[in-house]
Design a protein around this ligand. Structure first.
Ligand SMILES: [Zn+2]
Length: 259
């Protein structure tokens, strides 16, 4: 059983024998693996490749039309994912035309996938898109960007494979459905508040917590939103929304529980 699972995590080295550039090898290996082993987290269907060099996405679902872009990284997962042009990325976020992100992390020694996650597009807000310092050679004004994984709540990192263990498909689909309500909030500044409260809850590191514990974030949040004089009201309002969307349960007496 374990061996079978390990086999599934293997990248197929045979298909890259004619390539020499490490970037190209990584691209071909990880795309091949994702095509064989992933599925649409929204509906469970198989995914289809877009033609090469399409600027927006790498895969799409013929059944529900969700789009996915694949990024990969060897060895450790790290906190940042390198992405394309900074301004283009911000523009895509504003128009809600960004795809979902697959992020694949593999071990260069064993050629095995160590982590594979999907980040739903509704977790992307401008603040997690970080401009890189320098432009590309010859085009100093062309600024590239990174995606700051640490700025995304845990519920926005849905694992297919975590530390070389595959998650059941029904878990992936269930985790995907859990935060789809965020798409109803088209404006990224309003969605930002919900995501901030999700991150505050994450940082408590437990599934049950009190309103008082969340009020402890009042200072940090008022630094981020200096014009808002009603931070506590805002916290309570987001908690109610998260309850209405079945992300949280109210236990009474100022106690809450992650659903
Ligand atoms: Zn689908």
């Amino acid at each position: 059983m374990i061996n079978e699972e390990r086999m599934k995590l293997k990248l197929n080295k045979k298909i890259v024998s004619q390539y020499h550039s490490p970037a190209q090898i990584a691209r071909v290996l990880t795309e091949d693996w994702a095509k064989r082993m992933s599925y649409c987290p929204n509906c469970g269907s198989v995914l289809t490749n877009y033609e090469n060099n399409r600027p927006v996405a790498d895969f799409y679902c013929q059944n529900c039309r969700e789009e996915y872009e694949l990024k990969s990284k060897k060895n450790a997962m790290g906190k940042k994912i390198l992405d394309g042009a900074y301004r283009a990325m911000l523009k895509r976020l504003q128009s809600n035309s960004n795809p979902n992100f697959f992020f694949l992390n593999y071990d260069l020694q064993s050629y095995e996938v160590t982590n594979f996650i999907v980040i739903p597009k509704h977790f992307f807000v401008p603040e997690i898109i970080i401009p890189r310092k320098n432009g590309i050679p010859g085009r100093p004004n062309y600024i590239m960007c990174s995606i700051d994984l640490s700025g995304i709540p845990e519920s926005g990192k849905i694992f297919y494979v975590k530390n070389r263990r595959e998650k059941p498909k029904e878990t992936v689909l269930k985790n995907w459905r859990k935060t789809l309500f965020l798409r109803e909030e088209k404006k990224s500044n309003l969605r930002g508040w919900i995501l901030d409260i999700m991150k505050c809850i994450d940082s408590l590191g437990k599934s049950e917590f009190t309103l008082r514990e969340l009020y402890n974030f009042e200072n940090a949040l008022s630094k981020k939103y200096p014009n808002n004089k009603h931070i506590k009201d805002k916290i309570r309002q987001q908690l109610q929304l998260l309850r209405d969307k079945n992300y949280l349960e109210f236990l009474g007496g100022g106690k809450y529980k992650l659903a």
